[in-house]
Design a protein around this ligand. Structure first.
Ligand code: ADP
Ligand code: MG
Length: 218
């Protein structure tokens, strides 16, 4: 509990800082573009711009960690939300030869949550799955009610998997194995699910990765 408290505070701090840094950064970026037009020597502009883009990417990930009191909790019909996410990410999946399949028992699975935050979580998981399958594959999203008051959502991919020695580091801030990764997606997703009183677990081997999310039903 103490750890999750610490993470919440760190998360809020990170989101607050991200918010404050974004405005001056936008100004710097704008003036840089003005300068670029006037300068004959363009040598370093490309590097500066790509570094600014990188800062913006990290800020945009951190901004998702809004204050819990900013969340808008409402009734969320999960099968519809998952369908929305699938539509959103399908183009990227198809381009990477990845088939996303939704397995849905016909149970009326409704939870209490913030739609945008939950979407963010599922997009993060699906993006990671696609990125773990450079030669294509499949990702199955399965949801079912367990008992009277919980829902279990599985994300199963046929990707490269996470080596056992790295599995325990998943969710550490800035832990990434990707050249252009931020290592913030899983940390943020775990935090959001915890804010929804849920849990996240990972299993992985060379055949792929399974993510299990458990959330309380409404
Ligand atoms: P990023 O995607 O920017 O690297 P994440 O927090 O989303 O950051 O993920 C952290 C790391 O966890 C990834 O770099 C990758 O090594 C590993 N990972 C996450 N999801 C998967 C997955 N489905 N299959 C294999 N590895 C994964
Ligand atoms: Mg990611």
């Amino acid at each position: 509990m103490l750890n999750s408290e610490k993470l919440t505070i760190a998360g809020q701090l990170a989101a607050g800082i991200a918010h404050e840094v974004r405005n001056p950064l936008t100004a710097i970026k704008g003036f840089l573009q003005l300068m670029e037009r006037k300068m004959e020597d363009q040598t370093y502009f490309g590097i500066i711009e790509s570094e600014i883009d990188r800062i913006e990417l990290i800020l945009s990930e951190l901004l998702v960690l809004a204050k819990p009191q900013d969340f808008k909790f409402e009734s969320v019909y999960l099968p519809a939300l998952i369908e929305d996410i699938k539509t959103l990410i399908d183009t990227q999946a198809i381009m990477n030869n990845v088939k996303i399949e939704v397995v849905n028992t016909d149970e009326p699975i409704t939870i209490n949550g913030d739609i945008n935050q939950l979407k963010q979580v599922f997009i993060n998981f699906l993006k990671n799955a696609i990125e773990a399958m450079p030669n294509g594959g499949s990702c199955i999203i399965e949801m079912k009610a367990i008992g009277e008051n919980k829902v279990k959502i599985f994300f199963k991919d046929t990707g490269d998997g996470i080596p056992p020695q790295l599995l325990k580091r998943i969710g550490e801030p800035f832990f990434t194995t990707k050249e252009n990764g931020t290592g913030l997606g899983i940390m943020i997703s775990k935090q959001i699910i915890e804010n929804h009183h849920g849990t996240v677990h990972f299993w992985s081997d060379k055949k792929g990765t399974i993510i299990e999310v458990i959330l309380p039903l409404q």
